[in-house]
Design a protein around this ligand. Structure first.
Ligand code: SF4
Ligand code: SF4
Ligand code: SF4
Length: 337
């Protein structure tokens, strides 16, 4: 449960965000190895993939020195994300979300894009040059490894767009929310898988990656786009005010790809036997990821909400029953969700 002081806390963080964003340098998409969203839509796809392949007298020392600041800052961010995740701290999570928006978003424009997913699809295999893109490999490696270990941690606190919509969500009054019927929510969640398949197929057939700007709004962090794209983004953000996490839950191809990868998750959320009948966490989950006793890993973003309830001795029926039970009839141990 987010504490009542959270909106004020988030408001303060948002003020910091706006201030920091105004100071931020122009986005540096090249550091990620991603195609620069500032390029025009008509720019040939090959140009978007180019990297400086100059073979001058470069040593690993000079390469590391050139990229040391970006590497250090990303390692610091990843450490913050992991500490907030393991400590299940609401405040640290919001600090992480603000850092994701300000640093990864507006400062570096460093997000995993469907274009990056396409890099792994044959015959593309168009990966950035390793020695010039150390931060991109660290970022992508962190995303893949954390997803396999814990699930969509990237979506829960690293992705700048997801962080932005979660921050919006924390300040929007609850009465403005439109709760979708479960049957519609579950069907709508499938749309993103269709979009992922369609986008990858389009890339493979046409080799035109510029279309990515029309299926994901991450270009917004570059603050460079056509009027039509800005209007589309405004519509999406207004809709997100009423339907929380709209893009992430129903439309994002990257979320779909990470959802598929998270089927491999090693360390899953634990459940008590009482979770078979208790609905408290299911109602609390804002991502539609709890269906009865089951946690649907493809939809879960490891936001911690249910895990905090799991540990809450005052609210979770498991602990309440445990307190009332004689020592000889203790409830069974937890199981993975
Ligand atoms: S679903 Fe997409 S937009 Fe949302 S947090 Fe994940 S990658 Fe980012
Ligand atoms: S409140 Fe406790 S018993 Fe109920 S669903 Fe959550 S973890 Fe399970
Ligand atoms: S509430 Fe639990 S199941 Fe739902 S997204 Fe958060 S961590 Fe995942």
């Amino acid at each position: 449960m987010i504490q009542s002081s959270t909106p004020r806390f988030v408001g303060t963080l948002l003020l910091v965000l706006v201030w920091a964003t105004s100071l931020a340098a122009q986005p540096d998409a090249a550091v990620t190895g991603q195609p620069d969203a500032r390029a025009t839509d008509t720019q040939p796809a090959d140009d978007l993939w180019q990297f400086d392949d100059d073979e001058d007298v470069e040593t690993w020392g000079t390469l590391l020195r050139d990229q040391a600041l970006d590497l250090t800052l990303f390692v610091a961010f990843a450490a913050l994300a992991l500490v907030s995740f393991f400590r299940k701290s609401v405040r640290l999570k919001y600090v992480t979300l603000v850092a994701a928006v300000v640093y990864l978003g507006f400062t570096k424009s460093m997000l995993i894009s469907v274009v990056d997913v396409n890099r792994l699809v044959p015959p593309t295999w168009n990966l950035p040059v390793f020695r010039y893109s150390l931060v991109w490999y660290l970022f992508a490696g962190f995303t893949v490894v954390s997803t396999v270990l814990w699930g969509r941690l990237y979506c829960g606190r690293v992705c700048a767009f997801g962080a932005l919509t979660q921050l919006m969500d924390s300040v929007v009054p609850a009465r403005w929310r439109v709760e979708l019927p479960v049957w519609l929510e579950q069907r709508a969640a499938l749309v993103k898988y269709g979009l992922l398949a369609a986008t990858l197929l389009y890339f493979v057939v046409t080799a035109d990656i510029a279309v990515y700007r029309y299926v994901e709004p991450f270009w917004m962090f570059t603050r460079q786009a056509t009027t039509g794209l800005w209007i589309g983004l405004a519509v999406l953000l207004v809709a997100t005010v009423f339907v929380r996490n709209l893009y992430c839950r129903f439309l994002c191809p990257v979320g779909a790809a990470l959802g598929l990868l998270s089927k491999l998750t090693v360390f899953r959320i634990k459940r008590w036997s009482e979770c078979n009948t208790c609905k408290i966490c299911e109602k609390k989950c804002e991502w539609g990821a709890i269906r009865g006793p089951e946690i649907v890993m493809t939809e879960c973003v490891r936001c911690d909400d249910c895990e905090r309830l799991y540990l809450d001795t005052a609210k979770c029926p498991h602990w309440i029953i445990l307190r009332r039970s004689p020592a000889t009839s203790r409830p069974p141990s937890p199981s993975a969700g």
